[in-house]
Design a protein around this ligand. Structure first.
Ligand SMILES: C=CC1=C(C)c2cc3[nH]c(cc4nc(cc5[nH]c(cc1n2)c(C)c5CCC(=O)O)C(CCC(=O)O)=C4C)c(C)c3C=C
Ligand SMILES: [Fe+2]
Ligand SMILES: [Fe+2]
Length: 366
């Protein structure tokens, strides 16, 4: 157990302060092999991401993967990097600012709204410290993954718990576990597809590509696969599609083990070989565009589809700062904040009462 650290002196009768911590996965500091190494080391050392026993995994990670993958991944990152940095960071920062604005409009100008990354910077632990220094005694953690997976949302929960290990005076803590079936999220996705169809026409197929996870996690009870399929079913219903032209696939396979199937790229290649000429591809498992969507889907998969005989490949961007999505994000936060949204006068009164009592007790003890 870590040693508990001293807290700022406790003051009575203080109005509770709410903090909202938006979290996404994180990116390397730069699109270089040198920056990829520590990022991948932190990411792939997470026992929720790679479940292989440590003794076996350590040499594979340190002697093989960290000597080969950084350079290859850096090249991919370089192809999507912007002047402002990694797209995932840029979107997460903007989303957080917009969320703070909407929460302000809803009457919560005093809430502290921050963002952090599970891997790399800004770190969850440091951001929690900053929120504590600003007096947050209620913290709502908003992992931006629409579908729960142990390797993503679960890992954010671990890191928040670790970040609080040395705190004596813990904040009231809430987590958004997932929002894969939130009506506002589904409606924002459906709107984006409709807008895309209005501008570009409708392709023969709509592929919904989700990030994959190892197949055994489904067998061991991780709900990720089911949540992805539920998002897809609700989106198909919202689009008025019977599902025949919509297909769910899983991308970003890592390592040699079986991952959730069907895999995105082989599916696109098979469709092209079977004579499908046009596809729309969307990634409803990502709240913001990132390496996995911009490089793997919009570049690699597009090339593969065309190489196998396809003609038209349209990538529908993630919701990013889409206004319907930003309003939905505000709603999700407010729904989870529950009674924190109200100023409870009884709490203030009882707090003041306790304060007077406490002051008397302290006096008696001295
Ligand atoms: C959207 C949900 C995600 C799940 C589920 C997920 C599982 C998962 N990922 C890896 C390995 C890697 N993922 C990488 C990048 C990456 N992954 C997600 C999201 C999920 N991952 C995002 C948003 C990103 C992009 C980050 C960015 O900076 O844009 C990478 C790093 C890149 C690379 O070298 O390929 C790895 C590695 C595993 C093993 C896993 C489940 C067990
Ligand atoms: Fe990933
Ligand atoms: Fe399932």
């Amino acid at each position: 157990m870590a040693r508990l650290r001293p807290e700022p002196p406790h003051t009575h009768g203080q109005t509770p302060r709410t903090g909202v911590l938006v979290v996404n996965l994180g990116s390397p500091e730069a699109p270089t092999a040198a920056a990829l190494r520590p990022y991948l080391k932190q990411f792939l050392s997470d026992p929720r991401v790679v479940e292989i026993p440590r003794l076996l995994w350590w040499p594979i990670l340190n002697l093989i993967i960290l000597n080969t993958r950084p350079a290859k991944s850096a090249e991919k990152y370089a192809s999507i990097w912007t002047d402002a940095g990694s797209p995932l960071r840029v979107h997460t920062e903007r989303q957080t600012k917009i969320l703070a604005g909407y929460l302000g409009e809803a009457g919560h100008r005093d809430w502290v709204v921050r963002w952090a990354m599970r891997y790399g910077d800004p770190a969850i632990r440091a951001t929690l410290e900053e929120m504590r220094a600003l007096g947050c005694d209620r913290i709502l953690v908003m992992p931006m993954y629409p579908q729960y997976a142990g390797s993503t949302t679960g890992s954010v929960m671990d890191e928040v718990a670790r970040g609080l290990l040395e705190w004596r005076n813990l904040p009231e803590l809430r987590f958004v576990r997932s929002y894969h079936d939130h009506p506002g999220y589904i409606a924002a996705l459906a709107d984006a597809v409709h807008r895309h169809w209005q501008h570009n026409g409708q392709a023969e197929r709509l592929i919904l590509s989700f990030h994959g996870v190892p197949r055994f996690t489904l067998d061991k009870g991780d709900p990720y696969h089911c949540e992805c399929h539920k998002t897809a079913r609700l989106l198909a219903e919202a689009l008025g599609e019977d599902g025949k032209r919509i297909q769910v696939t899983f991308q970003s396979r890592f390592g040699k083990a079986e991952w959730l199937q069907p895999y995105t790229q082989p599916t696109l290649e098979a469709l092209a070989r079977d004579g499908v000429k046009s596809v729309d591809v969307m990634c409803p498992g990502f709240a913001a565009d990132c390496l996995e969507t911009l490089e793997e889907i919009a570049m690699e998969c597009k090339t593969a589809f065309i190489a196998h005989g396809g003609r038209q490949f349209n990538y529908i961007p993630c919701l990013n700062e889409d206004d319907a999505w930003m309003r939905c994000l505000r709603d999700i936060v407010l729904e989870h904040a529950g009674h924190w949204c109200r100023d409870d006068p009884r709490r203030g009164a009882s707090d003041r009462g306790t304060g007077a009592q406490h002051a008397r007790t302290m006096g008696a003890l001295q």
